[in-house]
Design a protein around this ligand. Sequence first.
Ligand SMILES: Nc1ncnc2c1ncn2[C@@H]1O[C@H](COP(=O)(O)OP(=O)(O)OP(=O)(O)O)[C@@H](O)[C@H]1O
Length: 246
Amino acid sequence: MSETIILMENVNKWYGQYHVLRDINLDVAAGERIVICGPSGSGKSTLIRCINALESHQEGRIVVDGTQLSDNLKKIEQVRKNVGMVFQHFNLFPHLTVLENLTLGPIWVLKQSQQQARDTAMQYLERVRIPDQAGKFPGQLSGGQQQRVAIARSLCMNPKVMLFDEPTSALDPEMVKEVLDVMVNLAEESGVTMLCVTHEMGFARQVADRVVFMDQGSIVEQNTPDAFFDHPQHERTRHFLDQILH
Ligand SMILES: Nc1ncnc2c1ncn2[C@@H]1O[C@H](COP(=O)(O)OP(=O)(O)OP(=O)(O)O)[C@@H](O)[C@H]1O
């Protein structure tokens, strides 16, 4: 097995009095593809947002690529350089073109030249199959195209880890497949470590090495997709699968 790239040890988090993450232990190997699923409000988004310090945790340890997350801004920046994130609602800059959305980070954060950043951006736009949209503004694109731009934008930063927070749940049904196809391709060809919160169970079966099931702030069960779907161990998992698969 590859080396550990993300380690969460006894992580607890509260929103005020509300105990949202309960003693989370998760060890992710470099290159591993993990799908996180569970009922609404079970803490899935919060868990992955803790990995790039969009949320802070109060107890336990999170180590990403050898850097332990703490309040130290330098450490947070270091982790964020290695971790890309794709959100439900794309989060593109509306006043910048697609190409400018892609080159902004590489130029300002990675200190790439304009030319280098543009070349890389065009390569990734080819990869997500929308090179012809480079000069448009996000509002001129469909939701599926915007999400593919968001994926390409993350890739331009050359992350070691990609976090996906329900990347298809804000899309019209006909656009879900085009985004999932890009993600499948990414999983199969890039070797990037992926953690994906999604209810797309076909995607989980196709690409995940491991499916993690959360309920009420805890990891209840985790297994390979086949074992998870065909032989769920816990009643809560069976109940969840019954609801989403039927
Ligand atoms: N910033 C916040 N302040 C207070 N409570 C929050 C905050 N963010 C989330 N919560 C609450 O924490 C719980 C877990 O939220 P989270 O978004 O992590 O769950 P989730 O499993 O991703 O849910 P969903 O599938 O509906 O997106 C929910 O009850 C939510 O209302």
